[in-house]
Design a binder for this molecule. Structure first.
Ligand code: 2BA
Length: 108
């Protein structure tokens, strides 16, 4: 068995979640925050059989878009504002996916 950890943009999380559950994957959604941009994203925990991991990744890939996020920079702090200081573009996603081996999984 595997544990898939998938970090997805908040704007894609509802459609990723429903596409996964429609295909009978069990999903837990966590509200998380990216350490770099400090904006909210969604982390999915998906326990799946080894043979199902490929399909789960296909679904996540299909519904996770790459976006450009405009982030404020701190360049102007202490110097005042100048042209070009205010914002920086960062490409985010689609999704970041980790697949971990699970030693045991039980439900009580
Ligand atoms: P954030 O940490 O907010 O990162 C947002 C985007 O900023 C990243 O997109 C990447 O393009 C850029 N970025 C991140 N750290 C950077 C750095 N130290 N220097 C320059 N640019 C940086 P993605 O790579 O698509 O990541 C989207 C979100 O997925 C991340 O949000 C984070 O929450 C998570 N993530 C990505 N890689 C991870 C990893 N290796 N471990 C844990 N979480 C990760």
């Amino acid at each position: 068995m595997k544990l898939i950890i998938a970090i997805v943009n908040n704007d894609d999380s509802a459609v990723v979640s429903s596409a996964l559950t429609k295909e009978s994957f069990s999903v837990t959604k966590l509200s998380t925050t990216g350490g770099f941009l400090q904006v909210g994203n969604t982390t999915f925990l998906i326990g799946a059989q080894d043979s199902e991991v490929g399909r789960a990744k296909e679904i996540i890939r299909k519904y996770s878009m790459t976006r450009t996020h405009t982030a404020l920079t701190t360049d102007s702090f202490g110097k005042g504002l100048r042209d070009g200081d205010l914002a920086k573009e960062v490409k985010v996603g689609g999704a970041t996916v980790f697949v971990l081996s699970v030693d045991e999984a039980e439900k009580f």
